[in-house]
Design a protein. Structure first.
Length: 363
């Protein structure tokens, strides 16, 4: 893979600005996204409506990633700055009108946030400085682990208004520190990407959609307080972060092995369909968090080594995003009309996939 980079920001601080801007965006978005399913449940919306909101939170990703296959500098810059400015205004609107206009505000926020992730990921190679991918991962990984528990504390002792103020301030800081992308020209002789290996990303997406848009409101409906719910979601982020670190230093295995292992670690989520208690949930979150980290690191590395950066982002967003939509909307609909046994059924599917992957390895 060959890159020709003309950085538009030659400042030595561009790499640091990337970290601060990503940290700020992550803090704002993960605070907002943690609160949205809980607020929907609090207002009285059904699981179906909450599932639709989860669907809409992920739907823009493959669409925007496809559009960005032909992106230039201007599109990248718009994608990194407009979402931050827009989400600042939306957070303020949430503060005043979250009960009256909850649905339209949530839909707009979901649509607006997608370009930031995709434009930033494509732009990583254009920023001056070193280890920008690592800074980006740390920037969103820290709030992914910490924001839910902190927002859980705020919701437990105060209210949703404070969450929206925190998000607004974070988005402002992100906009002020956002580095300008450069021009990235890529020439790459692509190797064929075997789609069967990418299905582990689909299952990782299912679990991610499930934990935010199904488990959060279900736990609240069963009497768990905000602090415990925030702790569960933060545990997921912490375990995933630990997984990234371990995998960075572990011996490389065959991609089929990684795909199978990722799917197998997500399978125990099916137990929640039988045992809905905090002990089962903690075990499931730890195992699935490791499974998701395997998929999002090793499978993404496989994609990156087989396709150019823009196409790699498109593959990732399509498989992970489709899974997220299924884990949120489909599971919420099934839970609403059939019950928690559908959780058992949905998360048995990764077991069949893992067996296929292992059998291919043994042949």
């Amino acid at each position: 893979m060959h890159y020709s980079v003309v950085p538009s920001d030659s400042s030595k601080n561009a790499s640091f600005s990337l970290f601060i801007s990503t940290l700020s965006f992550g803090s704002g978005w993960f605070s907002l996204s943690f609160a949205i399913p809980l607020l929907a449940q609090n207002i009285g919306y059904s699981y179906v409506v909450i599932g639709i909101l989860g669907f809409l939170a992920s739907l823009p990703f493959p669409v925007v990633a496809f559009i960005y296959l032909k992106s230039g500098y201007r599109m990248l810059r718009y994608g990194t700055i407009i979402p931050l400015v827009s989400l600042t205004a939306l957070s303020l609107l949430f503060y005043f009108y979250y009960r009256s206009y909850f649905i339209p505000l949530t839909i707009i926020a979901s649509l607006i946030q997608a370009p930031w992730w995709i434009a930033t990921e494509i732009s990583l190679g254009t920023f001056s400085g070193t280890r920008n991918a690592e800074k980006y991962s740390a920037g969103w990984g820290i709030p992914n682990a910490l924001a839910p528990i902190l927002m859980g504390v705020i919701l437990q002792i105060s209210g949703y208004e404070i969450v929206f103020l925190v998000s607004m301030v974070a988005f402002i800081v992100g906009a002020l520190t956002s580095p300008r992308p450069g021009i990235l020209s890529m020439k790459n002789a692509e190797k064929p990407v075997k789609r069967i290996y990418l299905l582990s990303l689909f299952f990782a997406g299912i679990f991610s959609g499930f934990i935010y848009f199904v488990m959060e409101p279900v736990l609240r409906a069963h009497g768990f307080n905000y602090l415990i719910i925030g702790g569960v979601i933060s545990l997921y982020g912490v375990v995933a972060a630990i997984g990234y670190i371990i995998l960075n230093y572990s011996r490389d295995l065959n991609i089929s092995t990684y795909s199978a292992l990722s799917a197998l670690l997500i399978v125990p989520t099916a137990l929640i369909g039988v045992f809905l208690n905090i002990y089962t949930i903690v075990i499931v979150v730890i195992l699935a968090g490791l499974g998701v980290s395997i998929s999002m690191s090793k499978v993404l590395s496989y994609i990156a080594g087989s396709s150019d950066l823009k196409r790699g982002v498109f593959y990732y967003e399509t498989f992970f995003g489709t899974g997220f939509m299924a884990g949120s909307l489909l599971q919420d609909v099934l839970y609403q009309y059939i019950g928690k046994v559908t959780i058992l059924i949905m998360f048995i599917a990764p077991l069949a996939y893992a067996m296929v992957m292992l059998s291919r390895k043994w042949q």
